[in-house]
Design a protein around this ligand. Structure first.
Ligand SMILES: NC(=O)c1ccc[n+]([C@@H]2O[C@H](COP(=O)([O-])OP(=O)(O)OC[C@H]3O[C@@H](n4cnc5c(N)ncnc54)[C@H](OP(=O)(O)O)[C@@H]3O)[C@@H](O)[C@H]2O)c1
Length: 325
């Protein structure tokens, strides 16, 4: 797989990683460690070396499964997150951040976290900035090698980029959500901060497989957060109302080149922006992982396709995105 630098850290990683939110077999299912190990192994065998998780995914089960996987493969980087769960939205102290870090270290079974990210914490806490001092202290104490932030909006991203020592910014960036192109990607590049892209497939919509009749299990966020009922609406279908998203995906399907699938085109579109360090598509099966890494081998999309998708965004998609963005 092609590799890229994670900002100016000196860390070089294959450009397609794995999102580990749904690692145990998909949202809404009981966590299945056997499926988790199969997905992790498929990713490793396909060349994936970067894994994104969080302390709250599967209530700790995602980190635990990755910890087990690390016993077999030590030559990978794991990015975890803290800041949701019990300490969200207003229990951020030096001690709670340190305790959350220690719990992640235990579940992953490592001495230092490769990368820890603030997990979409409130903008006021980012603005206050003390949380970054505590992260710098954890880094200086050797508990974490690096820190970054996962954010919801461009404004939050720009705020984080001003913090000394920030390694990475995790954002939603896909054919539906093109706003980071206006300012954020260039600013991150200037600052030497790596961009980690989540929701590359807009929760699966950009694979082109969903129809208006697709039904999601009750425990799947595509059911319970469909319109932002539980957390930021942008995290589900990139903030687009489901049926509108299906229609827009049908429009996008007209632009898929003959030699690739729609999922490959969606991933390729992101990779064609060199400010991006790594994409972290999530997968509910080993087959999806294997399919997603193939995008790295494809040539860049032709300029006409980029132009057509930029026009579609301006004319039909931008106005359909809900929530702060
Ligand atoms: N706040 C945050 O920091 C935050 C929030 C959200 C996500 N994340 C991270 O970002 C990662 C990626 O986000 P995401 O998983 O929500 O969105 P995504 O990558 O856009 O969508 C993943 C889903 O799309 C479907 N899929 C994946 N590959 C496919 C393929 N080749 N063909 C057809 N369908 C495919 C699967 O769902 P089905 O098979 O069930 O349809 C899969 O669960 C997460 O795993 C997590 O690590 C972080």
């Amino acid at each position: 797989m092609q590799a890229r630098k994670l900002g100016s850290t000196g860390l070089t990683i294959p450009e397609i990683g794995l999102g580990c939110w749904q690692l145990g077999g998909g949202w809404g299912n009981d966590w299945d460690n056997t499926i988790a190990q199969q997905i992790l192994e498929a990713a490793y065998q396909s060349g994936v070396r970067f894994f994104d998780t969080a302390d709250v995914y599967g209530d700790g089960a995602s980190e635990q499964s990755i910890g087990e996987f690390l016993n077999r493969h030590a030559d990978v980087s794991v990015a975890t997150k803290l800041g949701r769960g019990a300490i969200y939205p207003d229990h951020y102290t030096r001690d709670t951040i340190r305790t959350a870090t220690q719990r992640s270290l235990e579940r992953l079974g490592v001495r230092a976290l490769d990368l820890t990210q603030l997990h979409c914490i409130p903008p006021a806490v980012l603005r206050d900035g003390k949380v970054f001092d505590w992260l710098r202290e954890l880094r200086d104490d050797g508990l974490i090698a690096r820190f970054g932030a996962s954010v919801e909006t461009v404004e939050e991203g720009l705020l984080c980029l001003e913090q000394p020592g920030l390694t990475s910014l995790q954002i939603i960036f896909n054919i539906f959500r093109q706003k980071p192109l206006e300012q954020l990607l260039a600013r991150a590049q200037e600052k030497g901060v790596g961009i980690i892209v989540r929701l590359p497939l807009a929760s699966g919509l950009l694979s082109g497989k969903m129809t208006r009749d697709t039904v999601f299990r009750s425990g799947d966020h595509r059911h319970f957060n469909r319109d932002g009922q539980q957390f930021n609406v942008g995290e589900t279908f990139a903030g687009i109302e489901f049926e509108t998203g299906v229609s827009l995906a049908e429009d996008i399907a007209h632009h898929v080149p003959a030699n690739m699938t729609m999922a490959q085109m969606a991933l390729r579109w992101i990779l064609d922006h060199d400010a991006v360090s790594v994409i972290i598509p999530g997968a509910s099966s080993p087959a999806q992982v294997a399919a997603n890494v193939t995008a790295s081998q494809l040539p860049p999309l032709p300029q006409e396709i980029h132009q057509a998708l930029a026009s579609l965004y301006r004319e039909r998609i931008h106005g359909a995105i809900r929530g702060p963005y």
